[in-house]
Design a protein around this ligand. Structure first.
Ligand SMILES: [Ca+2]
Ligand SMILES: [Ca+2]
Length: 274
Protein backbone atom coordinates (compact mmCIF):
# COMPACT_ATOMS: atom_id res chain seq x y z
CA UNK A 1 0.00 0.00 0.00
CA UNK A 2 1.44 3.38 -0.93
CA UNK A 3 1.83 6.08 1.68
CA UNK A 4 -0.72 8.18 -0.15
CA UNK A 5 -3.32 5.44 0.01
CA UNK A 6 -2.48 4.77 3.64
CA UNK A 7 -3.15 8.39 4.45
CA UNK A 8 -6.49 8.43 2.65
CA UNK A 9 -7.53 5.29 4.50
CA UNK A 10 -6.48 6.83 7.79
CA UNK A 11 -8.36 10.05 7.12
CA UNK A 12 -11.50 8.11 6.34
CA UNK A 13 -11.27 6.21 9.60
CA UNK A 14 -10.62 9.37 11.54
CA UNK A 15 -13.57 11.11 9.92
CA UNK A 16 -15.69 8.14 10.90
CA UNK A 17 -14.50 8.54 14.47
CA UNK A 18 -12.95 5.09 14.47
CA UNK A 19 -9.45 6.10 15.38
CA UNK A 20 -7.44 9.13 16.35
CA UNK A 21 -4.30 8.34 14.48
CA UNK A 22 -2.40 5.62 12.65
CA UNK A 23 0.97 4.41 11.42
CA UNK A 24 3.80 5.15 13.78
CA UNK A 25 6.48 7.51 12.57
CA UNK A 26 9.96 6.35 13.60
CA UNK A 27 11.11 9.90 14.22
CA UNK A 28 8.76 10.66 17.09
CA UNK A 29 8.45 9.49 20.64
CA UNK A 30 5.03 8.78 22.04
CA UNK A 31 3.49 11.10 24.57
CA UNK A 32 4.34 10.64 28.21
CA UNK A 33 1.65 8.88 30.17
CA UNK A 34 -0.37 10.49 32.88
CA UNK A 35 0.01 14.12 31.81
CA UNK A 36 -3.28 14.65 30.09
CA UNK A 37 -6.96 14.00 30.53
CA UNK A 38 -7.23 12.05 27.31
CA UNK A 39 -3.75 10.54 27.26
CA UNK A 40 -3.75 6.87 26.46
CA UNK A 41 -0.96 4.60 25.34
CA UNK A 42 -0.99 5.80 21.77
CA UNK A 43 1.38 5.51 18.87
CA UNK A 44 2.97 8.74 17.59
CA UNK A 45 1.26 11.18 15.29
CA UNK A 46 -0.47 10.02 12.18
CA UNK A 47 1.63 9.47 9.11
CA UNK A 48 1.11 12.51 6.90
CA UNK A 49 2.62 10.75 3.89
CA UNK A 50 4.69 13.13 1.78
CA UNK A 51 3.04 16.22 3.25
CA UNK A 52 6.26 17.49 4.83
CA UNK A 53 8.65 16.39 2.06
CA UNK A 54 9.74 19.97 1.26
CA UNK A 55 10.68 20.52 4.91
CA UNK A 56 12.77 17.40 5.34
CA UNK A 57 16.30 18.02 6.54
CA UNK A 58 15.67 21.69 7.28
CA UNK A 59 16.07 23.45 10.64
CA UNK A 60 15.49 26.89 12.12
CA UNK A 61 14.35 29.69 9.81
CA UNK A 62 14.58 27.48 6.72
CA UNK A 63 12.28 24.94 8.33
CA UNK A 64 9.82 27.67 9.33
CA UNK A 65 9.79 29.06 5.80
CA UNK A 66 9.27 25.63 4.23
CA UNK A 67 6.43 24.85 6.64
CA UNK A 68 4.83 28.22 5.92
CA UNK A 69 4.68 27.35 2.22
CA UNK A 70 3.34 23.86 2.90
CA UNK A 71 0.56 24.84 5.32
CA UNK A 72 -0.47 27.94 3.38
CA UNK A 73 -1.96 25.69 0.72
CA UNK A 74 -5.38 25.31 2.28
CA UNK A 75 -9.11 25.74 2.04
CA UNK A 76 -10.93 28.16 4.32
CA UNK A 77 -14.23 28.17 6.18
CA UNK A 78 -16.50 31.09 7.03
CA UNK A 79 -17.05 32.19 10.61
CA UNK A 80 -20.53 30.72 10.49
CA UNK A 81 -19.17 27.38 9.24
CA UNK A 82 -16.82 27.34 12.27
CA UNK A 83 -19.77 26.35 14.48
CA UNK A 84 -20.43 23.20 12.47
CA UNK A 85 -16.75 22.36 12.14
CA UNK A 86 -16.08 22.62 15.88
CA UNK A 87 -18.92 20.22 16.56
CA UNK A 88 -16.85 17.70 14.62
CA UNK A 89 -13.25 18.60 15.50
CA UNK A 90 -13.89 18.90 19.23
CA UNK A 91 -16.46 16.16 19.69
CA UNK A 92 -16.38 14.43 23.08
CA UNK A 93 -14.90 10.95 22.42
CA UNK A 94 -17.28 9.57 25.05
CA UNK A 95 -20.44 11.32 23.83
CA UNK A 96 -20.99 12.20 20.18
CA UNK A 97 -23.73 14.68 21.12
CA UNK A 98 -21.22 16.85 22.98
CA UNK A 99 -18.05 18.87 22.51
CA UNK A 100 -15.25 19.37 25.03
CA UNK A 101 -14.58 22.96 26.13
CA UNK A 102 -10.89 23.87 25.92
CA UNK A 103 -10.26 25.53 29.26
CA UNK A 104 -13.01 24.10 31.46
CA UNK A 105 -12.54 20.58 30.06
CA UNK A 106 -16.28 20.14 30.42
CA UNK A 107 -18.42 18.12 28.04
CA UNK A 108 -21.35 20.20 26.79
CA UNK A 109 -24.13 19.59 24.28
CA UNK A 110 -23.24 20.61 20.74
CA UNK A 111 -26.62 22.34 20.62
CA UNK A 112 -25.60 24.71 23.44
CA UNK A 113 -23.55 26.86 21.05
CA UNK A 114 -24.48 30.50 21.47
CA UNK A 115 -23.80 33.68 23.38
CA UNK A 116 -25.66 33.30 26.64
CA UNK A 117 -24.25 32.40 30.04
CA UNK A 118 -23.72 28.65 30.13
CA UNK A 119 -23.43 28.32 26.34
CA UNK A 120 -20.20 27.56 24.50
CA UNK A 121 -18.81 29.86 21.84
CA UNK A 122 -15.81 30.17 19.54
CA UNK A 123 -12.59 30.90 21.43
CA UNK A 124 -9.75 32.41 19.36
CA UNK A 125 -6.70 30.99 21.12
CA UNK A 126 -4.61 33.51 19.17
CA UNK A 127 -6.73 36.42 20.43
CA UNK A 128 -8.12 38.16 17.38
CA UNK A 129 -7.22 41.63 18.65
CA UNK A 130 -3.52 40.66 18.48
CA UNK A 131 -3.14 41.65 14.85
CA UNK A 132 -6.74 42.85 14.66
CA UNK A 133 -7.86 40.19 12.18
CA UNK A 134 -11.44 39.92 13.45
CA UNK A 135 -13.70 37.15 12.22
CA UNK A 136 -13.32 37.59 8.45
CA UNK A 137 -12.33 34.44 6.61
CA UNK A 138 -8.62 33.92 7.28
CA UNK A 139 -6.84 33.84 10.65
CA UNK A 140 -10.13 34.73 12.36
CA UNK A 141 -11.74 31.53 11.06
CA UNK A 142 -8.71 29.22 11.09
CA UNK A 143 -9.89 26.03 12.82
CA UNK A 144 -6.39 25.17 13.97
CA UNK A 145 -6.68 27.78 16.76
CA UNK A 146 -10.45 27.92 17.31
CA UNK A 147 -11.94 25.90 20.16
CA UNK A 148 -15.28 25.62 21.94
CA UNK A 149 -15.25 27.44 25.26
CA UNK A 150 -17.72 28.44 27.94
CA UNK A 151 -18.95 31.97 27.20
CA UNK A 152 -17.98 33.32 30.63
CA UNK A 153 -14.53 31.71 30.73
CA UNK A 154 -13.87 32.87 27.16
CA UNK A 155 -14.60 36.40 28.33
CA UNK A 156 -12.27 36.01 31.33
CA UNK A 157 -9.43 34.93 29.05
CA UNK A 158 -10.28 37.86 26.78
CA UNK A 159 -7.21 38.88 24.79
CA UNK A 160 -4.67 38.13 27.50
CA UNK A 161 -1.29 36.70 26.65
CA UNK A 162 -0.34 33.30 28.07
CA UNK A 163 1.91 32.91 31.12
CA UNK A 164 2.05 30.97 34.37
CA UNK A 165 0.37 32.30 37.48
CA UNK A 166 -2.52 34.28 38.86
CA UNK A 167 -5.69 33.46 40.74
CA UNK A 168 -7.87 30.43 40.08
CA UNK A 169 -10.49 30.99 37.36
CA UNK A 170 -14.00 30.45 38.66
CA UNK A 171 -15.77 27.63 36.87
CA UNK A 172 -12.62 26.41 35.12
CA UNK A 173 -10.59 24.19 37.43
CA UNK A 174 -6.84 24.33 36.88
CA UNK A 175 -6.86 27.62 34.98
CA UNK A 176 -5.30 30.79 36.43
CA UNK A 177 -5.33 34.43 35.46
CA UNK A 178 -4.05 37.82 36.52
CA UNK A 179 -4.26 41.30 35.02
CA UNK A 180 -2.20 40.56 31.94
CA UNK A 181 -2.03 36.80 31.38
CA UNK A 182 -3.89 33.50 31.39
CA UNK A 183 -2.65 30.01 32.32
CA UNK A 184 -4.73 27.11 30.91
CA UNK A 185 -5.17 23.80 32.70
CA UNK A 186 -2.29 21.32 32.41
CA UNK A 187 -4.05 19.01 29.94
CA UNK A 188 -4.24 21.69 27.24
CA UNK A 189 -1.08 23.69 27.88
CA UNK A 190 0.67 22.00 24.97
CA UNK A 191 -2.40 22.35 22.74
CA UNK A 192 -2.37 26.11 23.38
CA UNK A 193 1.34 26.35 22.61
CA UNK A 194 1.06 24.39 19.35
CA UNK A 195 -1.95 26.46 18.24
CA UNK A 196 -0.07 29.73 18.83
CA UNK A 197 3.02 28.48 17.02
CA UNK A 198 0.94 27.17 14.10
CA UNK A 199 -0.49 30.69 13.69
CA UNK A 200 3.00 32.20 13.74
CA UNK A 201 4.14 29.93 10.89
CA UNK A 202 0.94 30.12 8.84
CA UNK A 203 0.59 33.93 8.94
CA UNK A 204 3.77 35.63 7.82
CA UNK A 205 2.50 38.86 6.32
CA UNK A 206 1.26 37.43 3.03
CA UNK A 207 -2.29 36.92 1.74
CA UNK A 208 -3.20 40.37 3.08
CA UNK A 209 -2.91 39.16 6.69
CA UNK A 210 -0.74 40.32 9.57
CA UNK A 211 2.58 38.64 10.35
CA UNK A 212 1.82 36.90 13.62
CA UNK A 213 4.80 36.06 15.85
CA UNK A 214 5.27 34.96 19.45
CA UNK A 215 7.45 36.99 21.81
CA UNK A 216 8.45 36.67 25.45
CA UNK A 217 6.25 39.46 26.78
CA UNK A 218 2.75 39.86 28.20
CA UNK A 219 0.53 42.86 27.64
CA UNK A 220 1.01 42.79 23.87
CA UNK A 221 -2.35 44.49 23.36
CA UNK A 222 -3.17 44.88 19.67
CA UNK A 223 0.34 44.06 18.43
CA UNK A 224 0.40 40.99 16.13
CA UNK A 225 2.24 39.14 18.89
CA UNK A 226 1.46 36.77 21.74
CA UNK A 227 3.62 35.76 24.67
CA UNK A 228 5.28 34.32 26.45
CA UNK A 229 7.30 32.22 24.09
CA UNK A 230 9.56 30.69 26.75
CA UNK A 231 6.49 29.51 28.67
CA UNK A 232 4.77 28.17 25.55
CA UNK A 233 7.87 26.15 24.70
CA UNK A 234 7.82 24.63 28.18
CA UNK A 235 4.11 23.86 27.89
CA UNK A 236 4.63 22.13 24.55
CA UNK A 237 7.22 19.84 26.14
CA UNK A 238 5.23 19.02 29.27
CA UNK A 239 1.95 18.32 27.42
CA UNK A 240 2.72 16.39 24.20
CA UNK A 241 0.03 15.73 21.57
CA UNK A 242 -2.63 13.20 22.56
CA UNK A 243 -5.29 11.38 20.59
CA UNK A 244 -7.85 14.20 20.92
CA UNK A 245 -5.45 16.82 19.54
CA UNK A 246 -4.19 14.48 16.80
CA UNK A 247 -7.70 13.58 15.73
CA UNK A 248 -8.76 17.20 15.39
CA UNK A 249 -5.65 17.88 13.27
CA UNK A 250 -6.67 14.97 11.02
CA UNK A 251 -10.27 16.14 10.76
CA UNK A 252 -9.24 19.70 9.87
CA UNK A 253 -6.87 18.27 7.26
CA UNK A 254 -9.19 15.70 5.73
CA UNK A 255 -12.53 17.52 5.93
CA UNK A 256 -12.14 21.28 6.22
CA UNK A 257 -8.90 23.12 5.52
CA UNK A 258 -6.65 20.46 3.99
CA UNK A 259 -3.66 21.77 5.90
CA UNK A 260 -2.01 20.49 9.08
CA UNK A 261 -0.52 21.84 12.30
CA UNK A 262 3.14 20.75 11.93
CA UNK A 263 3.77 20.91 15.66
CA UNK A 264 1.18 18.24 16.38
CA UNK A 265 2.85 15.93 13.86
CA UNK A 266 6.39 16.97 14.82
CA UNK A 267 6.52 18.55 18.30
CA UNK A 268 10.32 18.57 18.08
CA UNK A 269 10.10 21.29 15.43
CA UNK A 270 9.16 23.79 18.15
CA UNK A 271 12.70 23.65 19.52
CA UNK A 272 14.22 23.68 16.04
CA UNK A 273 12.49 26.93 15.05
CA UNK A 274 12.38 28.72 18.38
CA1 LIG B 1 -2.95 18.17 25.70
CA1 LIG C 1 4.50 34.78 11.25
Amino acid sequence: MSRRITLRWAAALVAAGSIGMVAASPTQAGPAAGTDRATTAVAPASDPGSYYAAAEGKTGAALKSALHTIISSQSTVSYDQVWTALKNTDQDPANSANVIELYTGKSIAKTRNGGNTGDWNREHVWAKSHGDFGTSTGPGTDLHHLRPEDVTVNSIRGNKDFDNGGAAVSGATGNYTDADSFEPRNAVKGDVARMILYMAVRYDGGDGYADLEPNDRVGNGSLPAIGRLSVLKQWSLQDPPDTFEQRRNEVIFSTYQHNRNPFIDHPEWVESIW
